[in-house]
Design a protein around this ligand. Sequence first.
Ligand code: HAM
Length: 426
Amino acid sequence: MNIRIPRGTQDILPGRSEEWKYVERIWHDICRRYNYAEIRTPIFEQTELFQRGVGDTTDIVQKEMYTFEDRSGRSLTLRPEGTASVVRSYVENKRFGLPDQPDKLYYTGPMFRYERPQSGRMRQFVQFGVEAIGSDDPAVDAEVISLAMEFYREAGLKGLKLVLNSLGDHESRNAHREALISHFSPRIGEFCSDCQSRLETNPLRILDCKEDKDHPLMKNAPSILDYLNDYSTRYFETVKELLDKMDIPYVVDPNLVRGLDYYNHTAFEIMIEGEGFGAISTLMGGGRYNGLVEELGGPESPGIGFALSVERLLMALDAQNVEVPMQQGLDCYLVTQGGEPDKEAAALLMELRRAGITADKDYMNKKMKGQFKAADRKQALFTAVLGEEEWNAGIINLKNMQSGGQEEVAIKELPARLSEQLKEEK
Ligand code: HAM
């Protein structure tokens, strides 16, 4: 039987995994500087969490969840996103009682959505995300957005476009909802079946429909920005003002509605412009979710966050030919020649590694010539040759592969001498 990897998943092979580690390092580092603490939640949760949190009417809940029964008949779901889990944990661990609010949390981990796989759209993908829960200060919105922009900048991306919208508070959204219903109702029969049911459940999502995007009613649909009440307008104005002060450019798009139900006020996405991107140019998305903590059983606590996927980030880095520093290669390749020297090599390698040196040897009985070739392929900075002759004399021949310089070192002295040499090299 020929077993293949499941559709929409990928193996991250050596080389590529170095790029993952590179962006992970930047991510952990920037979250630290912004004072966000890491949270790790389970990969599966009770299904109801996402039904209530993400929303029953969303595509994610209706079409994309990996839901299964465990052996006790509980309905569990592989998490399709991180926000619901983080908010569940915030409530369950009573983090709303901590003296320092907002609770600034970040996470990293695989998410699962049963989508039609294509480049940049996977069934298992890894999100980096942050959630700041407990404050309705617009400065938190600006901080979260700036963290995302700075992260991409530090990773080396250019040509980013920040798209911003306000979905308003409850009152504003209701007024807009009524306007959308009156606008679309008379001709809803001309829309796709999804939009027909959205008219009742969530008319805002009609604006996001790919199938009906060219329908004439879409062009002059009521804009949420015309229905914002005073508080929502002021809130949005402050967020924009703070972004201006941070020199973060943005465009306002009243049709940015996002695909999850929990949002209100600020909604945002970062897109990438330029060559190399097909249908998918959205790198990340996020927004404010002021009712979600209550929805999940906690006290009134406003929140905001975003998530991005590493897969799309790496696609963008590839498209822009960004050079990623690789932690590859060896400090030292130990070349040995059968018998006693080979046995000595095992212990010597352990000493080298204990001294912080990246080292390896041959395990395939290669001739010395083949071992030197392997050292070249692995870009070893030094080779240390321990042949029969050297072994008998208690020495090792240390060769700098770049300069060609050689010296003889007592076997026991090798870790210390090599460490010195490497310091000079690096
Ligand atoms: P989302 O827009 O569903 O929001 O996903 C956020 C990001 O995850 C997307 O912009 C994209 O980079 C990535 N993504 C989503 N689906 C896939 C996929 N199938 N393959 C690869 N990448 C994907 C959320 O998940 C919200 N929880 C974000 C948030 C956090 N809002 C507030 N806090």
